[in-house]
Write a protein that binds this ligand. Structure first.
Ligand SMILES: Nc1ncnc2c1ncn2[C@@H]1O[C@H](COP(=O)(O)OP(=O)(O)O)[C@@H](O)[C@H]1O
Ligand SMILES: [Mg+2]
Length: 365
């Protein structure tokens, strides 16, 4: 019998629409001869809905992809071998799910919350597990762990909401003194460049900090890195492989506008023009980063390549974009793994990871 995969999308997150788009391509490209594919869409309030078809759930007629109103609410239940979907209206089980494919970017989707839920349901799921997701979502924790493993990261200062006014001012002073302008000010755990400002003078610092604090209780001030922006896709569990690297060429920096609104703001080079030695170094660093952060399944590792050849890790994305023009699948395509095949591998890795975990002993005597 075919296994049922549930593509999970939308979500209570600033990246809701982007997620619906990624889910659309994943839904279309999962091999229907092998799998039965259903969709679980989460609205911006956190309610869950079920659809057998993408069109049942999502209105894609305009640029902003929206969940249709009056959908049927569902809940997920744990069952003996898998998870089941219960229709609240009909009060009956609709179908069973064997594998989850989470495609929710950012809060509640990429930060380990959803992954923890899948663990409790005891169902395999694609991508990083709880620890890797949670660590990868927090730019401070990511950097601290990488530093222990001697992996180069951007210099940074953290400001927390609970810091006193005096502490905040001291930290800002330190950052300016040590890093000089421009500075990057970001919320610690968002994506898609939401809440990020490149600050070029002292008078703009406070406004940028205020902006970042709208999205998070913890913000990061980073030293500007002058270099090429390189991204690398990693795939695997204990023995991960890295793709050919790609490059982002932005007018200013890779902002939300450049990512989703204005195609002239940034250009993606797939693969990036690099020599063999540089490619090997980037792949090695990406795999080391993947392992250091205990990632599983997939991740896109983003770094800077300075003109002196030095590589610096910027951040990791455990649920990267999955549209047909997204970097993660495109890099695999030029590295020899087609989109559909990539999805297949990710599903296999999810099953393997789940089986490994179930081999552990859960009682002691
Ligand atoms: N320290 C930095 N130096 C130079 N550019 C940066 C720095 N940090 C971020 N950027 C630019 O801002 C973009 C978004 O920052 P990033 O840390 O990747 O956040 P997000 O998680 O929102 O993608 C990057 O793609 C890059 O163009
Ligand atoms: Mg980024």
């Amino acid at each position: 019998m075919k296994k049922t995969i549930a593509v999970v999308c939308g979500g209570k997150s600033g990246e809701h629409e982007v997620s619906l788009r990624s889910a659309f391509y994943v839904y279309n490209n999962l091999d229907k001869k092998k799998y039965q594919v259903v969709i679980l869409a989460i609205d911006k309030k956190g309610n869950w809905f079920f659809g057998r078809n993408f069109k049942d759930l999502v209105d894609t007629r305009d640029l902003l992809w929206k969940l249709k109103p009056h959908l049927e609410e569902i809940v997920l239940l744990k069952s003996k071998n898998g998870s089941q979907i219960l229709s609240l209206k009909k009060k009956k089980i609709i179908t069973k799910i064997n594998i989850f494919f989470p495609l929710i970017h950012g809060t509640y989707g990429e930060d380990g919350c959803l992954q923890g839920f899948f663990e409790l349901l005891d169902v395999p799921y694609v991508g990083a597990n709880v620890i890797g997701s949670a660590v990868g979502m927090d730019k401070e924790v990511t950097k601290k762990i990488l530093m222990i493993d001697k992996i180069p990261v951007t210099k940074f200062v953290i400001i927390k909401r609970e810091d006193s006014l005096k502490e905040k001012e001291e930290k800002i002073k330190t950052a300016i003194k040590q890093f000089d302008f421009p500075l990057f000010i970001k919320p610690v755990s968002l994506g898609s460049s939401v809440g990020i400002t490149k600050v070029c003078s002292k008078k703009d610092v406070k406004r940028a900090i205020k902006e970042a604090f709208q999205y998070d209780h913890k913000i990061i001030i980073e030293k500007f890195v002058k270099g090429r922006e390189i991204e690398c896709s990693v795939l695997g569990n204990d023995n991960p492989k890295a793709s050919l690297p790609g490059e982002i060429k932005s007018v200013d920096f890779y902002s939300y506008k450049a990512k989703y609104l204005d195609e002239h703001e940034a250009k993606l080079l797939v693969p990036a023009p690099l020599d063999k030695k540089q490619i090997a170094q980037i792949q090695k660093l990406s795999i080391e980063t993947f392992k250091a952060l205990e990632l599983k399944g997939m991740a896109r590792i983003d770094c800077f390549l300075k003109s002196n050849g030095q590589l610096i890790v910027n951040e990791v994305n455990t649920i990267p974009g999955f549209t047909q023009i997204s970097m993660y699948p495109k890099l695999w395509e030029v590295s020899g793994i087609k989109y559909s095949k990539l999805l297949d591998k990710l599903v296999q890795l999810a099953i393997e990871s789940h089986n490994e975990k179930n081999k552990l002993r859960f009682s002691y005597n």
